[in-house]
Design a protein around this ligand. Structure first.
Ligand code: ATP
Ligand code: MG
Length: 217
C-alpha cells in the first residue's frame, strides 16, 4: 500500500464530543473516495492526514514510513491537501504557483513556468490569468489554480476535498483527465471527497464511508 492510516481518531466540533475512528488505505495509482453526509468529518479527516490539524490517536504511513518519523513540513510535501475552499495568497497567479518553492522544504526545486502553463491550458484556464490578481479569480478558476499548484509540488498523495464543486462539466472532465494521467506516475495515489458521482470516470476506485456511528475500513 502506498498510503495507510490506522485507527485515526479525531473529535468533531466543540460541543458534545463526537469522536470517530477511521482506518483506510490506498494503493499506487488508486483513488479512495471518502463518503459521508455533510458534517460527517470528511474535511477534518483529510486535514488530519495532511497534518494541518492534530488528532487524538492513530498512525499514518506513506510508502511504509510512519508520520512519526517525518517532520510536518516535509510530510505536507508528500501528502498534499487541496482545500475545499481554495487557499490562495494575495498576489498574482504566478506568485501563488511559485510560493511552495520559496519554503525551506520546497527550495530544492524551482517553478517551471512552461509546465505550469501547460497544466493551466489542459485545465481550460486562460493563459492571461498568469499575471492576474488571485483575489479576482472566479471560484472555478481558483480551484484549478490551487490544483495546478498542488501538482507542481509533486506529492505522492493528493487529498482532494470536493475539487470539482465549482467546475462546469467541461472543466470537470478536464480536471479528471489531468488527475487520471497524474495517477499513472510512480508512487502516486489520491483520496477524494465528492458530493456528486463524477469520480466514476476514474479507474481503481475504492470507498471509505464515515459518519455517525460508522467505522471505516
Ligand atoms: N475548527 C472547528 N471548530 C469547531 N467545529 C469544527 C471545526 N472544524 C470542523 N468542525 C465541525 O466538525 C464537523 C465536521 O466538519 P467537516 O468539515 O470535517 O465535515 P465534512 O464531512 O467535510 O462536511 P461537508 O460535506 O459539509 O464539507 C462539523 O460539524 C463542523 O462544524
Ligand atoms: Mg468538507
Amino acid at each position: 500500500m502506498l498510503f495507510t492510516f490506522q485507527n485515526i481518531t479525531y473529535t468533531l466540533g466543540t460541543g458534545p464530543a463526537r469522536q470517530i475512528t477511521v482506518s483506510g488505505s490506498v494503493s499506487e495509482g488508486g483513488v479512495l473516495v471518502v463518503r459521508g453526509p455533510s458534517g460527517a468529518g470528511k474535511t477534518t479527516l483529510l486535514r488530519v492526514l495532511a497534518r494541518l490539524q492534530p488528532c487524538d490517536g492513530g498512525e499514518v504511513f506513506l510508502q511504509g514510513e510512519s508520520w512519526l518519523h517525518i517532520p510536518s513540513p516535509l510530510w505536507r510535501v508528500g501528502v498534499h491537501y487541496l482545500a475545499q475552499k481554495p487557499a490562495l495568497f494575495d498576489g498574482t497567479v504566478a506568485d501563488n504557483l511559485a510560493k511552495p518553492f520559496e519554503t525551506k522544504v520546497g527550495s530544492k526545486h524551482r517553478l517551471d513556468p512552461g509546465q505550469a502553463k501547460a497544466l493551466m491550458q489542459e485545465l481550460l484556464l486562460d493563459a492571461n490569468l498568469w499575471e492576474q490578481d488571485s483575489r479576482t479569480l472566479s471560484g472555478g478558476e481558483a480551484a484549478r489554480i490551487a490544483f495546478v499548484r498542488g501538482l507542481l509540488i509533486q506529492p505522492h498523495v493528493m487529498l482532494l476535498d470536493e475539487p470539482t464543486a465549482a467546475l462546469d462539466d467541461q472543466a470537470r472532465e478536464a480536471f479528471y483527465g489531468v488527475l487520471s494521467r497524474w495517477l499513472t506516475g510512480p508512487g502516486r495515489a489520491a483520496l477524494l471527497v465528492s458530493h456528486n458521482n463524477d469520480y466514476k470516470v476514474l479507474d481503481r476506485v475504492s470507498f471509505l464511508d464515515i459518519g455517525p456511528g460508522q467505522r471505516g475500513e
